[in-house]
Design a protein around this ligand. Structure first.
Ligand SMILES: *Cc1c(COP(=O)(O)O)cnc(C)c1O
Length: 482
């Protein structure tokens, strides 16, 4: 059994095993013709349930053969140009290489004595990101597991910096299109569900600053405390960017913490196109920023960070333990990242971004994101000119929200059902994967474009497939009704 431990004597076994695994995945990537097999839960669950976990196969090849049946054949492949659903990106090779290195060495980034150079590499990337945002000389931050955790930590810091400890009086302001992790965080932070004030958005799904101003005024006049405003730079559904400079003004006026949730829009930080980078103007005034490298920096899950303007605010996440990060270590200026993190044992996810920047550079990464934003613009033109579809907003980033509208008069509820059906039927066919969401209470479909390999022809083809399924549903229903 020792043969399976990775060490000096098993280096050759490691090389052969990993190479064999890489070979299989490479073959899979090269031969996958559809983003999904279309398998259903009822078909796949018995295959996985049948595996006897107490009867190991012992041999890498046999395990990889089995993996084909339990996972690889039916996985959802984000690298396929017709995977157009959620905020998942195809990944860049230098980052995948980084992933292989970091899990083999298995550093843990909680303390210097479990990571050494890993800690310094993470710190350089935090400084690099903060520099791109423009947070100033006192900035700092830490890698996290994702945007959800980054938002939670930001709101924790905001709560601790707030002018009252009376949790019942604290209010957080976020647009109606903000991410649900804002509500979850408020709940976890003991502030209750009513503490998050939803601010309406304009036609372009951007927070209305006038409405925010009124809400802040009302908050204060009611004797409550505006703890934080969460501005979303790239809403999950529409990719819309809240008016950051106006929000920054209001935050300054009311003494509220400004958090920018750039989980999606952060890709613009690397854009070599000044006009695109300018979409984030005002982000430099934030007190904290969420960035998800695993969304628009083409990094494998997970890779994310929270950045703060004032490093000293991170002390609200600092606890000392004699067994890990004694106070003495901080006094000796030993860099223990756990002092800034909600996590303890923590992956060296920063290595993936490091390998990526050292291989491709920021411009290389940023131009990939630029490409998908341009593709979304072309997709929008296609949709706007297509009488079969209603499209919600012209994209700022790379999402398109639209719905199929039949030529014959049909009730809105029936149109909802036709769109839901089309999405499900498309998923079951495996030909393409698209997402769904609601807008104005009605059922819509969504493309999240993050693959530069997707072409306008793919978008056109998928729109035809969706229309086909929706027409089939409505046709069948008409037959059924008559
Ligand atoms: C995806 C997303 C999040 C959550 O990030 P995870 O990495 O999935 O935890 C938060 N905010 C926005 C705007 C997002 O799009």
């Amino acid at each position: 059994m020792r043969a399976h431990l990775l060490n000096d004597t098993t280096a050759e076994h490691y090389r052969r095993s990993v190479t064999e695994g890489v070979e299989r995945v490479a073959r899979k990537l090269a031969t996958t013709r559809r983003p999904f097999s279309g398998v259903g839960v009822d078909d796949l669950a018995p295959v996985i349930d049948r595996i006897d976990l107490d009867a190991p196969l012992g041999d890498t090849s046999a395990v990889l053969d089995e993996l084909e049946d339990v996972y690889l054949r039916d996985a959802v492949y984000f690298h396929h140009p017709r995977y157009l659903a959620h905020l998942n990106c195809p990944v860049v090779i230098p980052a995948v290489l980084g992933e292989a290195v970091l899990s083999a060495v298995n550093s843990s980034l909680d303390t210097w004595d479990q990571s050494a150079g890993g800690t310094l590499i993470e710190r350089r990337l935090i400084d690099w990101t903060a520099g791109r945002i423009g947070l100033g000389p006192a900035a700092d931050g830490v890698f996290t597991s994702g945007g959800t955790q980054s938002n939670l930590q930001s709101l924790l810091l905001a709560r601790e910096e707030a002018k009252t400890t009376d949790l019942a009086r604290l209010r957080v302001f976020a647009s109606e299109c903000s991410h649900f992790s804002v509500q979850k965080s408020a709940q976890l932070l003991g502030m209750g569900r009513d503490s998050v004030v939803s601010i309406p958005t304009d036609h372009d799904k951007r927070m209305q600053t006038l409405a925010l101003a009124r809400a802040l005024e009302r908050c204060v006049s009611e004797g409550n405390v505006p703890m934080a405003v969460v501005a979303t730079a790239g809403t999950t559904d529409f990719g819309s960017i809240d008016p950051l400079p106006g929000i920054a003004e209001l935050c300054a006026q009311y003494g509220a913490w400004m958090h920018v949730d750039a989980a999606y829009g952060c890709g613009l930080l690397a854009s070599p196109t000044p006009a695109r980078r300018a979409l984030l103007d005002g982000i430099e005034r934030a007190d904290s920023v969420t960035v998800d490298y695993h969304k628009s920096f083409f990094q494998p899950v997970s890779s994310s960070a929270v950045l703060v303007r004032d490093a000293s605010t991170l002390r609200h996440a600092t606890y000392h333990a004699d067994y890990l990060n004694p106070r003495r270590a901080a006094e000796e200026r030993i860099p223990n990242q756990v002092d800034k993190s909600l996590q303890t044992t923590r992956r060296f996810d920063a290595l993936k971004l490091w390998m990526t920047l050292r291989t491709m550079g920021a411009d290389g990464l940023g131009s990939l994101f630029d490409e998908v934003c341009e593709l979304a613009e072309q997709g929008w033109q296609l949709l706007a000119a297509d009488p079969r579809y209603d499209v919600v907003v012209q994209p700022t980033l790379s999402t398109l929200v639209f719905r199929y509208i039949p030529a014959t008069i049909t009730s809105p509820a029936e149109i909802d059902r036709a769109n839901l059906y089309a999405r499900k039927a498309l998923f079951a066919s495996g030909e393409a994967v698209v997402a769904g969401t609601k807008s104005g209470g009605r059922q819509y479909l969504k493309f999240t474009l993050l693959n530069p390999e997707t072409g306008v022809d793919d978008i056109a083809a998928v729109l035809d497939l969706i229309a086909g399924h929706a027409e089939q549903y409505l046709g069948e229903n008409l037959v059924h009704a008559s």
